[in-house]
Write a protein that binds this ligand. Structure first.
Ligand SMILES: Cc1ncc(COP(=O)(O)O)c(C=O)c1O
Length: 408
């Protein structure tokens, strides 16, 4: 069979939306300057779908820094992988600053979070090792696990008993040259709950292992200094390899891992997605350094983010929505219903109320569940929150009657 013909029948995580609703439910185009007010299909929207947690992406001072750095260095420089010709003092300084930011001794810059962490996982474990990960791990962890030759096992989401079972099983099968790598997330991006890091770390006393935490959503947003979920849960020391991305709170491209110097030295020589790929352009590195500095200097951005998060979440709860026990700014609204309900909610909010949210239904979440996700940021204001709560209050009967129809 021709490969291209076969692709037509292959399932996709987007289900029917692989082709249907293109430009509306999938691949929508938000236009105008980045921020909580953007245009969609020519209409003004209050946007709750971008992870610019601290409002860095719409900060005028930062835009000036971006323009100056681009004029000074060009978007081309440096050329080549860092290992060859793409290294600069700016790249190295950024690594030192990232390490200090998350209270680790050393860091490695990654061009992209997704490829970076996949490749880190691949380089860390070999066929003698064991890799244990949370079932709700982000696709980049799942793909990183696929690349690795280690024996893999998965534990039920945030279930310590299930984790223990996998850990003890690995310990019983371990040979002298076997090691165990455990991977979980700081903040789970769809549901907003935190990884059970202290409980997992406690088990190192029984079975030695190393812990890698993907803190994409916690970096910059959690802990009083923004250093993430580990600091927030008072267990940063127990995280052996900390991963953060610039794609959320730093509103940029790029990512990093932070760990002991000997581990970072190993990764710099072994992470294939960095060794065989062009290094991050200098303007990105320069603005990342400035953004990090400003995030450090403006704790009030984080306070505003949390203030907005609490107002939004409490408002939704008061109307009667199930917002799940989220412990991060990620604000999920969960209801039962079909894919049609999910698209109806998104369309109603956009067309009738000028509120832009994203939603997921089967096959991304189990059948019968609709999850609408709102991402509050420091750039949202009370008027945005009120307008959104009014909209959610107005569609409540519609949402609940659709949910009741499903359960009847
Ligand atoms: C939990 C998590 N890990 C990793 C990534 C990938 O990071 P990046 O966008 O920098 O490739 C994302 C998405 O951005 C994410 O949500």
């Amino acid at each position: 069979m021709d490969l291209f013909d076969k692709l037509e029948g292959r399932p996709s995580p987007l289900g029917p939306f692989t082709s249907e609703g293109y430009g509306y439910y999938t691949f929508p185009k938000l236009e105008g300057p980045l921020g909580p007010e953007m245009k969609f299909n020519g209409k003004d929207m209050v946007v709750w779908s971008i992870n610019d947690y601290l409002g860095v992406g719409s900060n005028e001072e930062i835009k000036k820094i971006d323009a100056e750095a681009t004029a000074k260095y060009s978007l081309s420089a440096p050329m080549g992988a860092r290992l060859m010709t793409g290294n600069t003092t700016e790249h190295e300084l950024l690594e030192q600053e990232l390490a200090a930011f998350v209270h680790k001794p050393a860091a490695q810059l990654l061009n992209y979070g997704y490829q970076g962490i996949m490749s880190v996982i691949h380089s860390l474990v070999d066929r003698n090792d064991f890799l244990i990960y949370d079932e709700l791990s982000h696709a980049c962890i799942v793909d990183g696990k696929q690349l690795s030759m280690a024996e893999k096992s998965v534990f039920k989401h945030n279930d310590i008993e299930s984790f223990k079972k996998q850990l003890y099983r690995a310990a019983s099968k371990k040979k002298d040259n076997s090691s165990i790598l455990v991977i979980t997330e700081g903040v789970f991006g769809m549901t907003g709950d935190l990884g059970i890091l202290p409980e997992i770390i406690e088990l190192k006393k029984e079975v030695p292992f190393r812990l890698l935490v993907d803190d994409a959503h916690g970096f910059g947003t959690l802990a009083s200094d923004g250093s993430g979920t580990g600091t927030h849960l008072e267990c940063q020391e127990g995280i052996d390899i900390y991963f953060g991305t610039f794609a959320k709170a730093v509103a940029l491209i790029g990512a990093f891992v932070a760990s002991e110097p000997r581990v970072i030295e190993f990764l710099k020589a072994n992470v294939r997605s960095q060794i065989f790929a062009k290094s991050l352009p200098l303007p990105i590195v320069v603005t990342a350094r400035e953004r990090l500095k400003m995030i450090r200097q403006h704790p009030e951005w984080r306070e505003k983010l949390w203030d907005n998060t609490i107002k939004l979440r409490e408002g939704l709860k008061k109307i009667g929505y199930n917002v799940l026990p989220s412990e991060s700014p990620v604000t999920p609204v969960l209801t039962s219903g079909s894919t049609d309900l999910c698209t109806d909610i998104m369309r109603k909010l956009r067309e009738e109320y000028g509120v832009f949210v994203s939603g997921v239904a089967y096959p991304v979440v189990p059948k019968g569940i609709v999850l609408i996700r709102l991402i509050p940021t420091a750039a949202h204001n009370d008027a945005h929150i009120e307008k959104t709560l009014d909209a959610f209050a107005s569609i409540k009967d519609f949402v609940m009657s659709a949910a009741n129809k499903l359960t009847a």
